[in-house]
Every structure is written in C-alpha cells, then in structure tokens.
Design a protein around this ligand. Sequence first.
Ligand code: ACM
Length: 264
Amino acid sequence: MMKVGYLQFNPVFGEVARNLDQVGERLAGLTCDLLVLPELFNTGYQFVSVDETRKLAEEIPGPTTAWLGKLAARRRMHLVAGLAEREGDRLYNSAVLVGPSGVIGRYRKTHLFFEETIWFAPGETGFSVFDIGHARVGIMICFDWFYPESARTLALKGADIIAHPSNLVLPHCPDSMVTRCLENRVFAVTCNRIGSEERGGKKKLTYIGNSEVVAPNGKILQRAKPDQPELAMVEIDPLEARNKRINPYNDLLAGRRPDLYVTE
Ligand code: ACM
C-alpha cells in the first residue's frame, strides 16, 4: 500500500520564491509516498512572450529541482511537478520526478496546448515510466490527456500510476481521466491548479481545479473542488494496476489488435 495525492493551489505568476514558499507551507507535516504538483507550478501559466518564458525557465537540474529534492529528502517522499525548462536555446514545458536522492526522471510535454506552441518546443522525450520502489510511475502533462495514445503508451510501458500535472481550462478532462484509467487499468493522479490569470491583454484563463485520484476500475477516489486549494492523500495498492484481466476471457493489453490499428 502507498499514499499518493496532490496539492491543488493557486500559483502567482512570476513569483517563484513565493510559490515555493506556498507549497512548503501547505505541505507542513505531510507524510506520503508520491505527491503531484500542478503543471508550471513554480511560475504560473500565462506567459506573454518568449523572452519572459526564457527568463522564468530553469535548467534541470536547477534551483527549483534542488528545492524539490530537499523537500523529498526531508520527507522521504517522491514528487512530480511541472516547470518551464531551459536547455541551451530551447524551452520546454516539462515535468520532473524527484526523490530523496534528487531528479529521477524528466518529461517534456508532447502535446502543447494553444499559445504554449509559441513559448515552448514540443517535447521529444517520449513517455517514460520510472520505478520508485513502491510503484512504477509514468508522467504526462495536462493536454496530453486529449491524445489517448499518451496514457496507453505509459500503460504499455508498465506504469501503475500516471502522474498528471495540469493547468486545465476546459471542463472535460476530469471525467475523461475516468476512461483513461479504465481503458488502461492504471491509477492516475491529476493535479490541477485554481485561480485565474489575465496577463498582457490576453484572454482571461480560469483554471478548473477538480484535481483527482482515479483507480484502475474508474472509481474517483478523491476529487477537489473547482476553486479551493486542497491537499489530498489517498491510500492505494499500486499492484492493482498490474492485473489487466477484465474477466476470464479478456486481458486488456493482450487483447489489443495492433495489426488492425492505424498509427499514422
Ligand atoms: C493545458 O494543456 N495546460 C491545457
């Protein structure tokens, strides 16, 4: 058994130190095995120029991942968190998996949403699964949910839990993750943010909260409100995700017919 959860909160745009403090304060006294934070949790989401994105982006490893690593070491836990990544001239909407010994994994968002396509390069890491001892953790970011291939690829690579940092603005994802979990027999922890941003004369974005933990049978084990901060933990048995048998006649992954599927 392990304790997994999310911290849904309202990052303040551009205020990295303040956002890290906010997370540190909200996690006081927490013990858990795996905590998911939102997409771009340390900077906020609504960038208005590439220059601004470059200034707020960090290398991985870098200051924010060092901060996450210290937190992970103090609490003997693992964290998955989204942040803007800079590597040379390239900027990515990335997420990291950090444990007590530092950065374990990095994922660069594959399916960029809306103006993210201006600020960031599309990720080329592909979908990876990392073994943290209690479980195998796969990572995807927000709009990746819209492409069922993302969660399917993580399931095929052996993920027990999909960690899903998000900044959702459209309403459909929380309910759709029920299907993503059911059709892949995996757990998912979607961590969304709350609040709104309206920067540089751009359209106001209101984030829909509704962070959640969903089980391989599609049951919503925990779901947050649309507009309140929430730190939630759920006890799960990640090994439930390894049983892909639907009934005595159907095995979920073995029953696939890839020879009949179109991939391009
Ligand atoms: C999103 O991918 N942040 C909607």
